[in-house]
Design a protein around this ligand. Structure first.
Ligand code: GRF
Length: 208
């Protein structure tokens, strides 16, 4: 069983897609061991509790320095001994010590086709605002492994989504979630849990 810990900051619709996929057997060989948020009050923690998954928070507000927060975050993750850490809308930069310790064991979902609309400043609704500003006709979502760079680790999976003429950032965000994110992220977890992918020379290869 792959021990999966999900890190969240917001509403947690991606988390819900993962919870549902485990419950329905779309994701197999996986145990959701904990959900952690940097924000005590988010809906994500409620979703976790409703599913009987330990819901915990580690907030930067409770620490005097970023370094102390980073240490506490890593200690909390370590406590659950996850085989895989899933960043599902986690708006905190992952401490370098954690990236190194969990090298090849952290994945993130980003709501664009990387390398478009990613990197510093591209998060949440901003990604979709920028895509609309540029007038792209296709956008999408990407699941990637996390390394020291921002949105730069090996790409696990991508899915394209059409942009429509009258889209607002909110409408586009919703379509990208429905047509890409909520499908891609559970699939990626299932692939990892069942040993279907591996990173070879910095790229993700499908094994069977
Ligand atoms: C998603 O669009 C995800 O790609 C991005 O943050 C959003 C989180 O949404 N990183 P939710 O909390 O899963 O509803």
């Amino acid at each position: 069983m792959l021990r999966v810990m999900v890190l969240v900051s917001g509403g947690g619709t991606n988390l819900q897609a993962i919870i549902d996929a485990v419950a329905s057997g779309t994701i197999t060989n996986t145990e959701l061991v904990a959900v952690l948020s940097n924000n005590k009050t988010v809906k994500s923690l409620e979703r976790a509790r409703n599913a009987g998954i330990p819901a915990i928070s580690v907030s930067p507000k409770d620490f005097e320095s970023r370094a102390e927060f980073n240490e506490a975050l890593l200690a909390k993750v370590d406590e659950y001994q996850p085989d895989l850490v899933v960043l599902a809308g986690f708006l905190v930069a992952i401490p370098e010590a954690m990236v190194h310790k969990y090298n090849g064991r952290i994945i993130n979902i980003h709501p664009s086709l990387i390398p478009s609309f990613c990197g510093v400043g591209y998060y949440g609704l901003k990604v979709h605002e920028k895509a609309l500003e540029r007038g792209v006709k296709v956008t999408g979502a990407t699941v990637h492994f996390v390394n020291e760079g921002m949105d730069e680790g090996p790409i696990v999976a991508q899915k394209a989504v059409a942009v429509e003429d009258d889209d607002t950032p909110e409408i586009l965000q919703r379509r990208v979630m429905e047509q890409a994110e909520w499908i891609l992220l559970p699939q990626a977890i299932d692939d990892i849990a069942n040993g279907r992918i591996a990173v070879v020379d910095g790229k993700v290869k499908r094994l069977k």
